[in-house]
Design a protein around this ligand. Structure first.
Ligand SMILES: Cc1cc2nc3c(=O)[nH]c(=O)nc-3n(C[C@H](O)[C@H](O)[C@H](O)COP(=O)(O)O)c2cc1C
Length: 177
């Protein structure tokens, strides 16, 4: 299967990208397209800029979604919501096709250094992605990233690791049926 993966962050040291890369180790039989939102840098969306036309990057974002069978993403939380970088890509893309995620099944994740693990952005995305064509099949939030994740090993808390692995298994079963 073709898996599109991304972190909702443009940080060169993104912890959400680390979580995505860890999960992708369980998808080695699949064709992975791990994109970087830095490659979708666009002007800040406005209805006035939109009148001048859509950036190629907005079309490209929709295209990589169209080309995939499933999406694995982990969202950074900024001020209890999406990062500006993700929101901008999302806003531009939604103006071309409101079903941005084009009915693709999603493994939706979030992580942060705090104890809620990006739970606010998770709640927003989990609630509203379905309105934008995102079929959220499984969700996972990793709290206290720097305590629960080792850059070499991955998730180190045994209970959290089991929870994540169970969700990966369930996700795989759902996308392969
Ligand atoms: C502007 C800004 C706002 C933030 N707001 C939150 C927040 O509301 N909740 C939270 O858990 N972490 C917050 N953080 C910390 C981020 O979770 C942390 O920077 C994390 O590394 C972001 O994910 P990333 O490394 O994948 O970009 C904030 C960070 C920044 C720079």
């Amino acid at each position: 299967m073709k898996i599109l993966a991304f972190a909702g962050s443009t940080s060169s040291t993104s912890i959400n990208k680390e979580l995505v890369k860890f999960v992708l180790k369980d998808f080695q039989d699949d064709e992975i397209n791990l994109i970087d939102l830095n490659d979708f840098d666009m002007p800040v969306f406005s209805v006035d800029r939109e009148k001048k036309g859509f950036p190629d990057e907005a079309h490209h974002f929709l295209q990589v979604i169209e080309e995939c069978d499933a999406i694995i993403c982990s969202l950074a939380e900024h001020n209890r919501s999406y990062s500006a970088a993700f929101k901008n890509v999302f806003d531009w893309a939604s103006r071309i096709n409101v079903k941005v995620f084009q009915n693709r099944p999603m493994l939706l994740m979030s992580t942060s250094p705090g104890g809620y693990g990006g739970g606010n952005v998770m709640n927003t995305a989990k609630t509203f992605f379905p309105q934008f064509g995102g079929e959220v099949k499984e969700t996972f939030s990793l709290p206290k990233f720097y305590e629960n994740f080792d850059l070499e090993v991955g998730v180190i808390d045994p209970e959290m690791l089991k929870d994540l692995k169970d969700k990966i298994t369930n996700f795989k079963n759902q996308i392969r049926n």
